[in-house]
Design a protein around this ligand. Sequence first.
Ligand SMILES: O=C(O)CCC(=O)C(=O)O
Length: 311
Amino acid sequence: MATQSFENWDKDGEVLTAEQKQFYEKNGYIMLKNVVPQYELDRFRHRFQEICEGKGVRPEYTIMKDISIAKSEFKAGERAITKLQDFNNDPVLFDYCKYPAVVDVVRDLIGNATSNLMSMHTMLINKPPDTGKLTSRHPMHQDLQYFPFRPADGICCSWTAMEWVHRGNGCLVVVPGSHKGPLHPHDYPKWEGGVNKAYHGIVDYDPNTPRLHVEMNAGDTVFFHPLLIHGSGTNRTEGFRKAISCHYANADLCKYVDIKGTTHETTSNEIIEIAKKRFAKRGIDLKDIELDFADIWRVRARPLDGNRANL
Ligand SMILES: O=C(O)CCC(=O)C(=O)O
């Protein structure tokens, strides 16, 4: 197999300099300016708004609502929806995952020009104005908690700001270098105002851990490692804070692993239950069927342009 770019942190990549690659290797993230142009972001925003209005919604999309807004007068539509997931087959939104300026960077971080890359997990995060219950926060967590494939170094997330994101509207918060540590145990935080579905946080996370607020303009993109500890703050503005994101895996390197008996079994059980409910809505009863967590990811994942290799 050809050398992966990340095995050569001291060499320039195709688009990143050796210095930029080393920054990622040391800190677990890198933020690049102006990666996605405004006209593409406008297409993604428009498509998201259509989905919020129920137009062209495919059965596999996961549409998540803010727990406190869902109980308020804004039960539906863009005001209530915090997240759209699983848009790998969306004719407009998947263009983000394929966007060359994003993919080229990912290749430099987890593979090389010929690696078979897969889009594993997709999200459009729409952080609405907080109701005062602080449910717009996202607890500090590691994305690897949700993934039954390894190695972690073969996975990278791109997260693109769709507008100005800053401390006031709940920008991303990262703990630089934390990707060098282990995967920590996760659970729902015990927040008074409630916690959104599947927003797990690191148990016993020390809020005094030094962290960095990543303020970004529209189109700026942060690339980060799946073990990087991160989260996001409350949206204290009257506007939405939108970002679009894709987790990529190098399918030549990564393989599904059995996570039974590990610290992320609770998360996987919850995701399996969500999947079963979705089938039940379509009249398919899987109540007594044992679903394999890896199969859920096999169905979700989509190759970018190559083949599935191991995934
Ligand atoms: O966009 C955000 O607020 C954080 C999203 C995030 O970290 C996640 O969904 O895993």
